[in-house]
Design a protein around this ligand. Sequence first.
Ligand code: OOG
Ligand code: NI
Length: 462
Amino acid sequence: MTVQPFVSPDLIRQRFSKAMSDMYREEVPLYGALMELVEQTNRDVLSREPGIASQLDSTGEIERLHMERHGAIRVGTATELATLARLFAVMGMQPVGYYDLTPAGVPVHSTAFRAVHEDALQISPFRVFTSLLRLELIEDPELRAFAESILAKRSIFTDAALRLIAQAETAGRLNETESQEFVLQALETFRWHHSATVTAAQYQTLSGQHRLIADVVAFKGPHINHLTPRTLDIDIVQEQMPAHGITPKAVIEGPPRRQCPILLRQTSFKALDEPVAFTDQSETRGSHSARFGEIEQRGAALTPKGRALYDRLLNAARDELGDFPNEGNASRYNTLMTQHFGEFPDSVDGMREHELAYFRYFATEKGLASGSLGDASLEDLLRNGYVKAEPLVYEDFLPVSAAGIFQSNLGDAAQAHYGEHSNRQAFEQALGRSTIDELGLYAETQRRSIEECAKVLGLKII
Ligand code: OOG
Ligand code: NI
Protein backbone atom coordinates (compact mmCIF):
# COMPACT_ATOMS: atom_id res chain seq x y z
CA MET A 1 0.00 0.00 0.00
CA THR A 2 1.40 3.39 -0.91
CA VAL A 3 1.14 6.10 1.72
CA GLN A 4 -0.38 9.27 0.32
CA PRO A 5 1.17 12.61 1.22
CA PHE A 6 -0.89 15.03 3.26
CA VAL A 7 -2.28 18.17 1.66
CA SER A 8 -1.73 21.44 3.49
CA PRO A 9 -4.81 23.38 4.68
CA ASP A 10 -3.62 26.31 2.54
CA LEU A 11 -3.70 24.19 -0.59
CA ILE A 12 -7.14 22.82 0.29
CA ARG A 13 -8.37 26.42 0.66
CA GLN A 14 -6.86 27.36 -2.70
CA ARG A 15 -8.60 24.43 -4.39
CA PHE A 16 -11.87 25.10 -2.61
CA SER A 17 -11.86 28.75 -3.64
CA LYS A 18 -11.36 27.72 -7.27
CA ALA A 19 -14.10 25.07 -7.07
CA MET A 20 -16.48 27.60 -5.54
CA SER A 21 -15.72 30.12 -8.26
CA ASP A 22 -16.32 27.52 -10.99
CA MET A 23 -19.63 26.53 -9.42
CA TYR A 24 -20.79 30.14 -9.05
CA ARG A 25 -19.76 31.06 -12.57
CA GLU A 26 -21.86 28.20 -13.88
CA GLU A 27 -24.86 29.12 -11.72
CA VAL A 28 -24.66 32.93 -12.13
CA PRO A 29 -23.38 33.82 -15.61
CA LEU A 30 -23.20 37.54 -14.73
CA TYR A 31 -20.45 36.65 -12.26
CA GLY A 32 -18.44 35.33 -15.21
CA ALA A 33 -19.04 38.60 -17.11
CA LEU A 34 -17.90 40.58 -14.06
CA MET A 35 -14.78 38.46 -13.70
CA GLU A 36 -13.84 39.12 -17.31
CA LEU A 37 -14.35 42.85 -16.87
CA VAL A 38 -12.18 42.82 -13.73
CA GLU A 39 -9.43 40.78 -15.42
CA GLN A 40 -9.36 43.14 -18.38
CA THR A 41 -9.28 46.20 -16.13
CA ASN A 42 -6.45 44.75 -14.05
CA ARG A 43 -4.42 44.02 -17.20
CA ASP A 44 -4.96 47.61 -18.40
CA VAL A 45 -3.98 49.12 -15.04
CA LEU A 46 -0.81 47.01 -14.83
CA SER A 47 0.34 47.99 -18.29
CA ARG A 48 -0.62 51.66 -17.88
CA GLU A 49 0.84 52.15 -14.40
CA PRO A 50 4.24 50.53 -13.94
CA GLY A 51 4.41 51.93 -10.39
CA ILE A 52 1.45 49.81 -9.31
CA ALA A 53 2.87 46.78 -11.12
CA SER A 54 6.23 47.04 -9.37
CA GLN A 55 4.62 47.65 -5.97
CA LEU A 56 2.45 44.53 -6.33
CA ASP A 57 5.47 42.67 -7.57
CA SER A 58 7.58 43.55 -4.54
CA THR A 59 4.89 42.54 -2.04
CA GLY A 60 4.07 39.35 -3.96
CA GLU A 61 0.43 40.43 -4.34
CA ILE A 62 0.75 40.17 -8.10
CA GLU A 63 0.74 36.38 -7.71
CA ARG A 64 -2.45 36.24 -5.68
CA LEU A 65 -4.42 38.90 -7.57
CA HIS A 66 -5.95 36.61 -10.19
CA MET A 67 -7.22 34.14 -7.59
CA GLU A 68 -8.30 36.70 -5.01
CA ARG A 69 -11.97 36.64 -4.05
CA HIS A 70 -14.32 36.66 -1.10
CA GLY A 71 -17.77 35.20 -0.66
CA ALA A 72 -20.62 35.58 1.81
CA ILE A 73 -23.12 33.28 3.48
CA ARG A 74 -25.79 33.61 6.17
CA VAL A 75 -26.66 30.87 8.64
CA GLY A 76 -29.56 30.39 11.03
CA THR A 77 -28.35 28.56 14.14
CA ALA A 78 -25.45 28.37 16.58
CA THR A 79 -24.77 24.76 15.60
CA GLU A 80 -24.56 25.70 11.93
CA LEU A 81 -22.09 28.48 12.72
CA ALA A 82 -19.96 26.32 15.01
CA THR A 83 -19.78 23.49 12.45
CA LEU A 84 -18.88 25.99 9.73
CA ALA A 85 -16.01 27.18 11.91
CA ARG A 86 -14.77 23.57 12.02
CA LEU A 87 -15.20 23.17 8.24
CA PHE A 88 -13.26 26.37 7.54
CA ALA A 89 -10.54 25.33 10.00
CA VAL A 90 -9.79 22.31 7.77
CA MET A 91 -8.84 24.91 5.14
CA GLY A 92 -6.78 27.01 7.54
CA MET A 93 -9.46 29.70 7.89
CA GLN A 94 -10.06 31.35 11.27
CA PRO A 95 -12.83 33.74 12.34
CA VAL A 96 -11.35 37.25 12.24
CA GLY A 97 -13.22 40.30 13.50
CA TYR A 98 -16.77 40.86 14.76
CA TYR A 99 -19.26 42.91 12.73
CA ASP A 100 -22.58 44.05 14.12
CA LEU A 101 -25.02 44.92 11.35
CA THR A 102 -28.05 45.70 13.52
CA PRO A 103 -27.47 49.48 13.67
CA ALA A 104 -28.02 49.44 9.92
CA GLY A 105 -31.26 47.51 10.25
CA VAL A 106 -29.94 44.10 9.25
CA PRO A 107 -30.68 41.46 11.93
CA VAL A 108 -27.34 39.63 11.80
CA HIS A 109 -23.86 39.71 13.29
CA SER A 110 -20.88 38.40 11.44
CA THR A 111 -17.24 37.42 11.22
CA ALA A 112 -14.85 36.77 8.32
CA PHE A 113 -13.21 33.38 7.99
CA ARG A 114 -9.77 33.77 6.47
CA ALA A 115 -6.11 32.75 6.66
CA VAL A 116 -4.20 34.73 9.27
CA HIS A 117 -0.51 34.59 8.33
CA GLU A 118 0.98 36.50 5.37
CA ASP A 119 2.54 33.30 3.97
CA ALA A 120 -0.81 31.51 4.06
CA LEU A 121 -2.61 34.54 2.57
CA GLN A 122 -0.12 34.46 -0.24
CA ILE A 123 -1.14 30.89 -1.16
CA SER A 124 -4.82 31.79 -1.05
CA PRO A 125 -6.41 34.95 0.36
CA PHE A 126 -9.93 33.45 0.08
CA ARG A 127 -12.30 34.85 2.74
CA VAL A 128 -15.93 34.20 3.61
CA PHE A 129 -18.04 36.88 5.30
CA THR A 130 -20.29 34.77 7.50
CA SER A 131 -23.42 36.10 9.18
CA LEU A 132 -25.57 34.58 11.89
CA LEU A 133 -29.26 35.47 11.81
CA ARG A 134 -30.44 36.93 15.11
CA LEU A 135 -33.78 35.26 15.61
CA GLU A 136 -34.10 36.88 19.04
CA LEU A 137 -34.74 40.14 17.20
CA ILE A 138 -37.95 38.79 15.63
CA GLU A 139 -40.65 40.39 17.71
CA ASP A 140 -43.54 38.06 16.89
CA PRO A 141 -43.03 35.01 19.21
CA GLU A 142 -45.04 32.71 16.95
CA LEU A 143 -43.01 33.58 13.89
CA ARG A 144 -39.79 33.18 15.86
CA ALA A 145 -40.86 29.72 17.02
CA PHE A 146 -41.83 28.79 13.46
CA ALA A 147 -38.44 29.93 12.10
CA GLU A 148 -36.65 28.00 14.83
CA SER A 149 -38.59 24.82 14.12
CA ILE A 150 -37.85 24.98 10.37
CA LEU A 151 -34.15 25.57 11.01
CA ALA A 152 -34.02 22.73 13.55
CA LYS A 153 -35.08 20.30 10.85
CA ARG A 154 -32.37 21.04 8.32
CA SER A 155 -28.85 19.73 8.09
CA ILE A 156 -26.63 21.92 5.94
CA PHE A 157 -23.64 19.56 5.79
CA THR A 158 -23.36 16.26 3.97
CA ASP A 159 -22.56 13.21 6.11
CA ALA A 160 -19.28 12.79 4.26
CA ALA A 161 -18.30 16.41 4.96
CA LEU A 162 -18.96 15.92 8.68
CA ARG A 163 -16.94 12.69 8.66
CA LEU A 164 -13.99 14.35 6.91
CA ILE A 165 -14.05 17.35 9.27
CA ALA A 166 -13.91 14.97 12.24
CA GLN A 167 -11.11 13.03 10.60
CA ALA A 168 -9.08 16.17 9.90
CA GLU A 169 -9.51 17.14 13.54
CA THR A 170 -8.35 13.76 14.86
CA ALA A 171 -5.56 13.07 12.38
CA GLY A 172 -4.53 16.72 12.12
CA ARG A 173 -4.74 16.70 8.31
CA LEU A 174 -6.16 15.06 5.19
CA ASN A 175 -4.41 13.11 2.44
CA GLU A 176 -4.83 13.71 -1.30
CA THR A 177 -7.92 11.52 -1.82
CA GLU A 178 -9.58 12.85 1.34
CA SER A 179 -8.82 16.45 0.41
CA GLN A 180 -10.39 16.08 -3.01
CA GLU A 181 -13.46 14.51 -1.45
CA PHE A 182 -13.56 17.22 1.20
CA VAL A 183 -13.64 19.99 -1.41
CA LEU A 184 -16.53 18.31 -3.26
CA GLN A 185 -18.49 17.64 -0.08
CA ALA A 186 -17.89 21.08 1.44
CA LEU A 187 -19.09 22.70 -1.79
CA GLU A 188 -22.52 21.10 -1.31
CA THR A 189 -23.21 23.32 1.71
CA PHE A 190 -22.89 26.46 -0.44
CA ARG A 191 -24.92 25.29 -3.42
CA TRP A 192 -28.12 27.00 -4.56
CA HIS A 193 -31.38 25.03 -4.14
CA HIS A 194 -34.35 25.71 -6.34
CA SER A 195 -36.74 24.07 -3.90
CA ALA A 196 -37.64 25.88 -0.70
CA THR A 197 -38.43 24.23 2.64
CA VAL A 198 -41.63 26.21 3.29
CA THR A 199 -44.94 26.95 1.55
CA ALA A 200 -45.44 30.08 -0.52
CA ALA A 201 -47.56 31.61 2.26
CA GLN A 202 -44.96 30.83 4.93
CA TYR A 203 -42.27 32.39 2.74
CA GLN A 204 -44.37 35.55 2.46
CA THR A 205 -44.76 35.73 6.24
CA LEU A 206 -41.02 35.32 6.83
CA SER A 207 -40.18 37.78 4.11
CA GLY A 208 -42.72 40.25 5.50
CA GLN A 209 -40.76 40.30 8.76
CA HIS A 210 -37.46 40.82 6.93
CA ARG A 211 -36.33 39.59 3.52
CA LEU A 212 -33.15 38.34 5.05
CA ILE A 213 -35.06 36.07 7.42
CA ALA A 214 -36.77 34.41 4.48
CA ASP A 215 -33.43 34.00 2.75
CA VAL A 216 -31.93 32.14 5.69
CA VAL A 217 -34.92 30.17 6.94
CA ALA A 218 -36.76 29.12 3.77
CA PHE A 219 -33.97 27.16 2.06
CA LYS A 220 -32.05 23.94 2.55
CA GLY A 221 -28.70 25.58 3.04
CA PRO A 222 -26.66 28.79 3.19
CA HIS A 223 -26.20 29.31 -0.55
CA ILE A 224 -23.18 31.45 -1.34
CA ASN A 225 -24.79 34.81 -2.13
CA HIS A 226 -21.88 36.47 -3.94
CA LEU A 227 -18.26 35.98 -4.90
CA THR A 228 -16.11 39.05 -5.24
CA PRO A 229 -13.00 39.42 -7.39
CA ARG A 230 -10.39 42.07 -6.54
CA THR A 231 -9.81 44.88 -9.00
CA LEU A 232 -7.01 47.42 -9.20
CA ASP A 233 -9.37 50.22 -10.29
CA ILE A 234 -12.92 50.03 -9.03
CA ASP A 235 -14.01 53.34 -10.59
CA ILE A 236 -13.32 51.99 -14.06
CA VAL A 237 -15.24 48.78 -13.35
CA GLN A 238 -18.18 50.75 -11.88
CA GLU A 239 -18.28 52.96 -14.96
CA GLN A 240 -18.07 50.06 -17.40
CA MET A 241 -20.53 47.71 -15.75
CA PRO A 242 -23.62 49.01 -17.63
CA ALA A 243 -21.95 48.47 -21.02
CA HIS A 244 -21.50 44.83 -20.00
CA GLY A 245 -25.15 44.39 -19.12
CA ILE A 246 -24.55 44.77 -15.38
CA THR A 247 -26.33 47.43 -13.29
CA PRO A 248 -24.20 48.64 -10.37
CA LYS A 249 -25.46 49.99 -7.05
CA ALA A 250 -25.60 53.78 -6.75
CA VAL A 251 -22.35 54.46 -4.90
CA ILE A 252 -19.04 52.76 -4.20
CA GLU A 253 -18.81 51.88 -0.50
CA GLY A 254 -15.74 52.75 1.56
CA PRO A 255 -13.19 55.54 1.17
CA PRO A 256 -13.11 57.80 -1.91
CA ARG A 257 -10.64 57.39 -4.78
CA ARG A 258 -7.07 58.20 -3.69
CA GLN A 259 -3.47 58.01 -4.89
CA CYS A 260 -2.72 55.63 -2.03
CA PRO A 261 -5.72 53.32 -1.61
CA ILE A 262 -6.76 52.53 1.97
CA LEU A 263 -8.95 49.80 3.45
CA LEU A 264 -11.58 48.54 1.07
CA ARG A 265 -13.80 49.96 -1.66
CA GLN A 266 -16.73 47.88 -2.88
CA THR A 267 -19.56 47.96 -5.35
CA SER A 268 -22.14 45.37 -6.34
CA PHE A 269 -24.89 44.57 -8.81
CA LYS A 270 -28.40 43.89 -7.64
CA ALA A 271 -29.59 40.44 -6.63
CA LEU A 272 -31.24 38.46 -9.40
CA ASP A 273 -34.84 37.23 -9.25
CA GLU A 274 -34.56 33.47 -9.43
CA PRO A 275 -37.30 30.86 -9.81
CA VAL A 276 -37.98 28.67 -6.77
CA ALA A 277 -40.53 25.98 -5.90
CA PHE A 278 -42.26 26.24 -2.54
CA THR A 279 -43.35 23.04 -0.83
CA ASP A 280 -46.97 23.51 -1.92
CA GLN A 281 -45.95 23.88 -5.57
CA SER A 282 -44.81 21.17 -7.93
CA GLU A 283 -42.85 23.52 -10.19
CA THR A 284 -40.66 26.56 -9.78
CA ARG A 285 -43.44 29.12 -9.80
CA GLY A 286 -42.20 31.36 -7.01
CA SER A 287 -39.20 33.60 -7.01
CA HIS A 288 -36.50 34.68 -4.59
CA SER A 289 -33.64 37.11 -4.92
CA ALA A 290 -30.48 36.51 -2.96
CA ARG A 291 -27.53 36.12 -5.25
CA PHE A 292 -25.63 39.08 -6.55
CA GLY A 293 -22.20 40.14 -7.73
CA GLU A 294 -19.67 42.40 -6.09
CA ILE A 295 -16.18 43.72 -6.77
CA GLU A 296 -13.63 45.11 -4.39
CA GLN A 297 -10.46 47.17 -4.43
CA ARG A 298 -8.13 46.71 -1.48
CA GLY A 299 -5.76 49.24 0.03
CA ALA A 300 -3.68 49.72 3.16
CA ALA A 301 -4.66 48.27 6.54
CA LEU A 302 -5.06 51.12 9.01
CA THR A 303 -3.77 51.37 12.58
CA PRO A 304 -6.32 52.14 15.32
CA LYS A 305 -5.43 55.83 14.85
CA GLY A 306 -5.92 55.63 11.07
CA ARG A 307 -9.16 53.73 11.49
CA ALA A 308 -10.50 56.31 13.94
CA LEU A 309 -9.73 59.03 11.42
CA TYR A 310 -11.43 57.03 8.65
CA ASP A 311 -14.54 56.51 10.78
CA ARG A 312 -14.68 60.18 11.75
CA LEU A 313 -14.41 61.40 8.14
CA LEU A 314 -16.92 58.84 6.86
CA ASN A 315 -19.42 59.79 9.56
CA ALA A 316 -18.92 63.49 8.90
CA ALA A 317 -19.61 63.03 5.17
CA ARG A 318 -22.67 60.88 5.86
CA ASP A 319 -24.01 63.25 8.49
CA GLU A 320 -23.70 66.12 6.08
CA LEU A 321 -25.48 64.11 3.38
CA GLY A 322 -28.30 63.56 5.88
CA ASP A 323 -29.55 60.32 4.28
CA PHE A 324 -28.36 56.90 3.14
CA PRO A 325 -26.45 57.30 -0.13
CA ASN A 326 -28.79 56.50 -3.04
CA GLU A 327 -29.34 57.15 -6.77
CA GLY A 328 -30.63 60.65 -6.09
CA ASN A 329 -27.78 61.92 -3.92
CA ALA A 330 -24.86 59.83 -5.27
CA SER A 331 -22.92 62.66 -6.84
CA ARG A 332 -23.29 64.91 -3.79
CA TYR A 333 -22.16 61.99 -1.62
CA ASN A 334 -19.01 61.52 -3.73
CA THR A 335 -18.22 65.22 -3.52
CA LEU A 336 -18.69 65.25 0.26
CA MET A 337 -16.49 62.17 0.67
CA THR A 338 -13.68 63.70 -1.39
CA GLN A 339 -13.95 66.95 0.57
CA HIS A 340 -13.86 65.33 4.01
CA PHE A 341 -11.12 62.85 3.11
CA GLY A 342 -8.88 65.73 2.05
CA GLU A 343 -7.81 65.55 5.69
CA PHE A 344 -6.41 62.00 5.33
CA PRO A 345 -2.74 62.10 4.18
CA ASP A 346 -2.52 60.55 0.73
CA SER A 347 1.06 59.32 0.45
CA VAL A 348 3.09 56.44 1.86
CA ASP A 349 5.32 58.89 3.70
CA GLY A 350 2.40 60.88 5.08
CA MET A 351 0.62 57.78 6.34
CA ARG A 352 3.85 56.46 7.92
CA GLU A 353 4.71 59.74 9.53
CA HIS A 354 1.30 60.00 11.18
CA GLU A 355 1.20 56.27 11.98
CA LEU A 356 -2.08 55.82 10.14
CA ALA A 357 -1.33 52.56 8.32
CA TYR A 358 0.56 49.29 8.76
CA PHE A 359 3.52 48.60 6.49
CA ARG A 360 5.69 45.76 5.37
CA TYR A 361 9.37 46.50 5.19
CA PHE A 362 11.66 45.00 2.58
CA ALA A 363 15.45 45.15 2.32
CA THR A 364 16.44 46.74 -1.00
CA GLU A 365 19.21 45.65 -3.40
CA LYS A 366 21.20 48.59 -2.11
CA GLY A 367 20.71 47.47 1.48
CA LEU A 368 21.71 43.90 0.70
CA ALA A 369 24.86 45.07 -1.11
CA SER A 370 25.91 47.50 1.58
CA GLY A 371 27.94 45.29 3.90
CA SER A 372 28.00 46.23 7.59
CA LEU A 373 25.36 48.77 8.59
CA GLY A 374 26.21 49.13 12.25
CA ASP A 375 23.26 49.96 14.49
CA ALA A 376 20.99 51.67 12.02
CA SER A 377 17.44 52.53 13.05
CA LEU A 378 14.51 51.74 10.77
CA GLU A 379 14.23 55.45 9.91
CA ASP A 380 17.95 55.59 8.98
CA LEU A 381 17.59 52.52 6.81
CA LEU A 382 14.58 53.99 5.03
CA ARG A 383 16.21 57.36 4.55
CA ASN A 384 19.30 55.77 3.01
CA GLY A 385 17.28 53.50 0.75
CA TYR A 386 18.45 50.27 2.42
CA VAL A 387 14.90 49.35 3.28
CA LYS A 388 11.60 50.29 1.68
CA ALA A 389 8.09 50.40 3.08
CA GLU A 390 5.02 49.07 1.28
CA PRO A 391 1.51 49.46 2.75
CA LEU A 392 0.20 46.22 4.21
CA VAL A 393 -2.96 45.19 2.40
CA TYR A 394 -6.26 45.22 4.32
CA GLU A 395 -7.63 41.67 4.50
CA ASP A 396 -10.92 42.38 6.29
CA PHE A 397 -14.30 44.08 5.87
CA LEU A 398 -16.03 47.29 6.97
CA PRO A 399 -19.34 47.26 8.85
CA VAL A 400 -20.84 50.38 7.26
CA SER A 401 -19.90 49.14 3.79
CA ALA A 402 -21.21 45.65 4.51
CA ALA A 403 -24.52 47.17 5.61
CA GLY A 404 -24.64 49.15 2.34
CA ILE A 405 -24.04 45.97 0.36
CA PHE A 406 -26.75 44.10 2.29
CA GLN A 407 -29.20 46.97 1.83
CA SER A 408 -28.66 47.48 -1.86
CA ASN A 409 -29.79 43.90 -2.27
CA LEU A 410 -32.60 43.80 0.22
CA GLY A 411 -34.22 47.01 -0.98
CA ASP A 412 -35.01 50.07 1.08
CA ALA A 413 -38.21 48.47 2.32
CA ALA A 414 -36.04 46.10 4.32
CA GLN A 415 -34.66 48.79 6.57
CA ALA A 416 -35.77 47.95 10.07
CA HIS A 417 -34.73 49.54 13.35
CA TYR A 418 -33.11 47.34 15.94
CA GLY A 419 -31.18 49.98 17.85
CA GLU A 420 -27.76 49.16 19.28
CA HIS A 421 -27.60 45.46 19.93
CA SER A 422 -23.97 44.56 19.55
CA ASN A 423 -23.42 41.24 21.25
CA ARG A 424 -20.02 39.83 20.52
CA GLN A 425 -20.22 37.51 23.48
CA ALA A 426 -23.36 35.79 22.21
CA PHE A 427 -21.81 35.49 18.76
CA GLU A 428 -18.66 33.89 20.13
CA GLN A 429 -20.67 31.55 22.27
CA ALA A 430 -22.54 30.39 19.17
CA LEU A 431 -19.27 30.12 17.26
CA GLY A 432 -17.72 28.00 19.98
CA ARG A 433 -14.57 30.11 20.16
CA SER A 434 -13.46 33.72 20.24
CA THR A 435 -12.90 35.81 17.14
CA ILE A 436 -9.40 37.04 16.37
CA ASP A 437 -8.55 40.73 16.57
CA GLU A 438 -7.47 41.78 13.07
CA LEU A 439 -5.33 44.66 14.31
CA GLY A 440 -3.09 42.25 16.21
CA LEU A 441 -2.56 40.26 13.00
CA TYR A 442 -1.47 43.34 11.02
CA ALA A 443 0.89 44.43 13.80
CA GLU A 444 2.50 40.97 13.83
CA THR A 445 2.98 40.89 10.07
CA GLN A 446 4.59 44.32 10.24
CA ARG A 447 6.86 43.19 13.09
CA ARG A 448 7.90 40.01 11.24
CA SER A 449 8.84 42.07 8.19
CA ILE A 450 11.08 44.31 10.31
CA GLU A 451 12.71 41.26 11.89
CA GLU A 452 13.31 39.80 8.46
CA CYS A 453 15.00 43.04 7.33
CA ALA A 454 17.24 42.94 10.40
CA LYS A 455 18.13 39.33 9.64
CA VAL A 456 19.02 39.74 5.98
CA LEU A 457 20.89 43.00 6.63
CA GLY A 458 22.84 41.40 9.47
CA LEU A 459 21.54 43.75 12.17
CA LYS A 460 20.75 42.51 15.68
CA ILE A 461 17.84 44.88 16.16
CA ILE A 462 16.48 47.78 14.19
C1 OOG B 1 -22.88 40.03 3.17
C2 OOG B 1 -22.72 41.47 2.81
C3 OOG B 1 -21.38 42.03 3.23
C4 OOG B 1 -19.14 42.63 2.16
O1 OOG B 1 -18.32 42.39 1.26
O2 OOG B 1 -19.03 43.61 2.91
C5 OOG B 1 -20.27 41.71 2.30
C6 OOG B 1 -24.17 39.43 2.77
O3 OOG B 1 -24.93 40.03 2.00
O4 OOG B 1 -24.43 38.29 3.21
O5 OOG B 1 -20.23 40.74 1.64
NI1 NI C 1 -18.98 40.98 -0.07
